[in-house]
Design a protein around this ligand. Structure first.
Ligand code: ADP
Ligand code: MG
Length: 766
């Protein structure tokens, strides 16, 4: 049985309405050991014959038998298989992969050897055999024509296929090199079928065993001129070593990636742009995700129940204490308004910290520095990691913070990861009460402080208005201190006129407010106090501990010197305990709400019914309230808008990457065609392409990850970008992966939709 048999083979080219005969009625039969020289005029159909034999071009008529098997029913994948198993092709214009080294080019054809070391050894052997030992590491683009053709021969040998087809392999070489190449070819193909097209029969006459002449697409003559060559020893049986396409694809992808550094860098940059786009979009949109989060009316604490009386009366402390023991609550908080208001202090240099009170210690000793508050003027901070730069990593760098105009000492800090979460300030219970008093009184919309100086036995009164009140921990109990140039000068003036005069100083303080509480009940109250003259102290409270600055009522830091002299030329300092007294008195008139704390929400749940029967409206703090329909609709619309924006951005990025990468593709078309002509399985090439894209994605992804770590450790930046959780990063990665897969898929489709022959032509042009 013949190795290869052509029976009435015909190939017709149809292009733009013209029909050209490639070959017609060709009947030929070939076997191992033959060296067939094919000659004929230009355009007579020699190349067509080889292309049909190689399966790179289809035939329309007749039948091609390979080892007795018919092939007319073959589909593309069958031809790929066929080429892989039987054919090595040597072209006039070499068709080696220019960006690959000699070694890589040869190894490409050795994919059937699974062991990489064995593969390397075999490649070196073959390269030595074709005399290219000195050029192993040279890129194809640096080789001379003869060297290129030697590489191709080594590659053909590497494949160890029974058929070698050569289409004018020496057409571009000088005669001396041509002779070398022909001798080499004939020597290495002794046990194979070698079919060589040539326009110079003289060159091969001495070694060819058969001469086929083509004329006008048909066989004109077929002459045996010598005995088929005897293989040296038995032909090595083709060992079908099953190598994994995945492994080979990965190797190929790596080679492709490395062999075109500039293109690879370009792809990396492209991926980076895409990845950054998705990253920032996701970051921006993830804030919109909070729209779907449950809304609670109160700041939820485990076991917290907020109560108010059904009849709208104010709850007294006694009543609350009674209720606490009656209902079995663990503790209570009468004035809990800070809990739900939260206060944002902007002086943390870009960070917003919410004042919170918690009776639950959810911080373990291992991830905190310092300790919990033990005195009224101490606080513990729970801050986003980004604050570490300011507040200290291993030791506390900032010792005092001002909250509600009160200087608190920072005695402990804990850091958490999500920079977009608000920080927490944990108070000592006494400190929290004082802060609450300061909050309700000093932030009252209408706080007036007037100091009146009365001169005994005279009708002369002097009144000074004070703009600011500052509470201090370190003042004597129940004391106030007046800081005012004008006041000082007035007293001095009086004394100068009459050294014996004792001016009586009366301090009047009034506050009023208008408030809607959480249950929607509005209250409006005013209250005034007269602070006895003997509360006035000479003891300057000084500056808040550890700083020479304090908060002005406009919420900016003011140097103490400036406060005395310029705009803030007058203020009244009040001892913290006294402020608490006044503040609670103020609240007692109108504040109708209180919090009870139970062991947990379950226990709290059981107490609700009883509280209701006792005349209270009671709500568990973690209970979700239903916003009004309009609010829901608007939130949903906004969220949909964001989702739409996100998708639009992704589509845009995909489009962009697709456009740029397909522009870079033309360079690959040729290489891919060469690989296909070598019979490298499409699957391997496909995987190689995916691997190459993946490789260009990985640096981009690493960079974006590094960037996100940087952002999230950098103050100012981390407040701008939403923190992304690992699963969101995974999502971005998945998004990029899908995007890459899609782009690669399209590219591959483009690469493989044409026949190898066409692709080779296109590749040669590129
Ligand atoms: P040779 O290799 O002997 O010079 P070819 O096999 O390349 O000749 O061409 C044989 C004939 O087929 C020529 O008439 C040529 O014009 C035609 N032919 C070859 N390839 C194509 C093609 N892709 N489209 C149309 N006609 C073609
Ligand atoms: Mg030709």
């Amino acid at each position: 049985m013949a190795l290869l048999k052509l029976k009435d083979i015909g190939k017709i080219y149809v292009s733009e309405g013209n029909v050209a005969v490639g070959i017609r009625g060709v009947n030929l039969s070939f076997d191992r050991g033959e060296f067939v020289a094919v000659t004929g005029k230009s355009g007579s159909g020699k190349s067509t014959l080889l292309n049909v034999i190689s399966g790179m071009d289809s035939y329309e008529e007749g039948e091609l038998f390979i080892e007795g098997q018919t092939t007319s029913h073959y589909l593309q994948p069958d031809w790929e298989n066929y080429r892989q198993q039987y054919i090595s092709f040597i072209f006039q214009d070499y068709n080696i992969i220019e960006s690959f080294t000699v070694l890589q080019n040869v190894e490409l054809a050795l994919m059937h050897i699974a062991d990489p070391r064995q593969r390397r050894r075999r490649a070196m052997e073959l390269i030595e055999r074709v005399g290219l030992k000195a050029h192993v590491r040279h890129k194809g683009s640096r080789l001379s024509g003869g060297q290129k053709q030697r590489t191709v021969i080594a590659r053909a040998l590497a494949k160890d296929s029974p058929i070698i087809l050569a289409d004018e392999p020496t057409g571009n070489l000088d005669s001396a090199t041509s002779k070398e190449i022909i001798d080499l070819l004939q020597e290495v193909s002794r046990d194979k079928l070698l079919i060589m097209v040539t326009h110079n029969f003289d060159q091969v006459e001495h070694c060819a065993t058969r001469h086929v002449r083509i004329y006008d697409g048909a066989v004109e003559a077929d002459t045996v001129i010598a005995q088929p060559r005897k293989p040296e020893g038995a032909p090595a049986p083709q060992v079908e070593k099953k190598t994994s396409a995945v492994k080979n694809g990965i190797t190929l992808g790596l080679s492709i990636f490395k062999s075109r550094p500039r293109l690879s860098i370009f792809l990396c940059l492209l991926m980076l742009v895409g990845n950054l786009g998705i990253f920032f979009m996701t970051s921006a949109v993830s804030e919109a995700g909070s729209l779907f989060e449950d809304t609670t009316m109160f700041t939820p604490y485990e076991g917290r129940v907020v109560i108010t009386k059904q009849n709208g009366e104010v709850i007294s402390q006694e009543e609350l204490t009674d209720l606490t023991s009656k209902i079995g609550a663990t503790s209570n908080l009468h004035y809990d308004l800070l809990l739900d208001q939260g206060r944002y202090s902007s002086y943390f240099d870009g960070f917003f910290v919410r004042l919170e009170y918690t009776n639950v210690n959810s911080f373990s000793e291992s991830d905190m520095i310092g300790r919990f508050p033990e005195a009224a003027d101490e606080v513990f901070l729970s801050l986003p990691l980004g604050c570490q730069t300011y507040f200290g990593k291993d030791e506390i760098l900032i010792d005092t913070i001002t909250l509600e105009r009160l200087p608190f000492r920072v005695v402990g800090i804990h850091y958490f990861i999500d920079n977009n979460q608000l920080g927490q300030v944990l108070f000592h219970p006494d400190g929290f009460r004082i802060a609450t008093a300061a909050y309700s009184l000093l932030n009252s919309s209408n706080l007036n402080v007037n100091v009146e100086v009365k001169v005994p036995d005279s009708n002369r009164n002097m009144t000074f208005s004070f703009r600011d009140v500052y509470p201090f921990f370190n003042m004597p109990e129940r004391s106030v201190y007046i800081a005012s140039k004008e006041y000082d000068e007035a007293i001095r003036e009086l004394k100068r006129k009459d050294p014996n005069v004792t001016p009586v100083t009366e301090i009047g303080l009034s506050a009023s407010f208008h408030r809607y509480d959480n249950y929607g009940v509005s209250s409006s109250k005013s209250h005034s106090w007269v602070i006895p003259a003997d509360y006035l102290t000479d003891k300057d409270p000084g500056t808040p501990a550890g700083s020479n600055r304090f908060m002005s009522y406009t919420d900016t830091m003011v140097d103490i010197d400036i406060a005395y002299t310029e705009i803030y030329d007058s203020y009244l300092a009040i001892s913290a305990d006294y402020l608490l007294e006044l503040g609670e008195e103020f609240l007692a008139m109108s504040y109708r709400q209180a919090s009870l704390f139970f062991a947990d929400d379950k226990v709290a749940e059981n107490a609700i019914e009883e509280l209701r029967s006792l005349g209270y409206i009671a709500v568990i703090s973690s209970e979700v309230y239903t916003p009004d329909p309009m609010e829901t609709i608007l939130d949903t619309l906004e969220a949909l808008m964001m989702a739409f924006l996100w998708v639009t951005a992704i589509v845009f990025i995909a489009f962009f990457i697709n456009l740029c990468s397909s522009r870079s593709l033309s360079a690959f078309k040729g290489d891919m065609a060469i690989m296909r002509s070598m019979g490298i399985p499409v699957k391997v090439i496909r995987i190689g392409m995916y691997v190459r894209m993946l490789l260009s994605l990985i640096p981009a992804y690493l960079l974006v990850t590094a960037l996100s770590v940087y952002i999230f450790h950098t103050p100012h930046l981390n407040a701008q970008f939403s923190y992304l959780y690992p699963w969101q990063h995974a999502l971005i990665f998945l998004g990029m992966l899908l995007l890459t897969a899609r782009v690669t898929h399209k590219q591959i489709k483009k690469l493989f939709h044409q026949s190898v022959k066409k692709a080779l032509k296109g590749g040669a042009e590129a």
